[in-house]
Design a protein around this ligand. Structure first.
Ligand code: DX5
Ligand code: ZN
Length: 213
């Protein structure tokens, strides 16, 4: 499994220190949750923070936009030189158009599905996707419990990938630990977002343990 370490569990006053530690510990990606207090009931950072993180690390940046109408702020996120930009179908009426714009800048485009969102909502744009992210907990906060019914949705999207000969990566986000990571891998996932598991344990061995799955 590839591991995208979530800085939602980092010390916000020591982000630089924590990101450099994640890099030294062998993380595959840095996962940055952008929350606007509207689409989800929490607020984190904006594009200027992503830009600053870009200067700090050469690890790929995996930016998960949990914001209402992401098309309004998209230009500022495209300027950050993030590697992956993920948006929610529930947050926009112009999903295909927004994904196409992300791709036109050479950035990998993804969609993220909340627990209650059906996989049918992305069927019309599978051809554009580099990443499908499944929230495996309620959105907005780290340290929550994994929601097993999502495994069926992961398996469905993995099946479509085979049937339609597509190559998007499947990412899981929320409540990831070695047990839930293994279940997701078996269902077809490729990338695991890990926040609290990595920050609450010895960082390097926690990352390696997940990577070995
Ligand atoms: C939740 C965020 C996650 C969060 C996961 O809305 O999208 O990325 O950081 O945190 P853990 O790994 O602690 O469940
Ligand atoms: Zn996330």
């Amino acid at each position: 499994m590839l591991v995208s370490t979530s800085i939602l569990s980092a010390d916000f006053l020591n982000l630089e220190r924590d990101i450099l530690q994640l890099e030294a510990a062998g993380a595959d990606f840095i996962h940055i949750d952008i929350m606007d207090g509207v689409f989800v009931s929490n607020v984190t950072w904006g594009s200027s923070t992503v830009k600053a993180i870009r200067k700090l690390t050469s690890l790929p940046l995996d930016v998960h936009l949990m914001i209402d109408k992401p098309e309004r702020l998209l230009d500022s996120y495209l300027e950050t030189k993030a590697d992956i930009i993920i948006i929610h179908p529930e947050s926009t009426k112009v999903l295909r158009k927004t994904l196409l714009k992300i791709k036109s800048f050479g950035v990998k485009a993804g969609v993220a599905l909340k627990l209650e969102t059906s996989v049918d909502s992305i069927q019309h744009c599978l051809d554009l996707l580099d990443v499908v992210l499944f929230l495996t907990c309620d959105e907005g906060f780290g340290g929550q419990t994994f929601h097993p019914p999502t495994l069926e949705k992961i398996a469905q999207v993995a099946k479509w990938r085979n049937e339609k000969e597509l190559s998007y990566l499947i990412e899981v986000d929320g409540g990831i630990n070695p047990k839930t990571c293994r279940d997701c891998k078996e269902a077809g996932a490729d990338i695991a977002v890990a926040g609290s598991y990595v920050f609450n344990n010895r960082m390097k061995s926690a990352i390696q343990e997940l990577q070995s799955i």
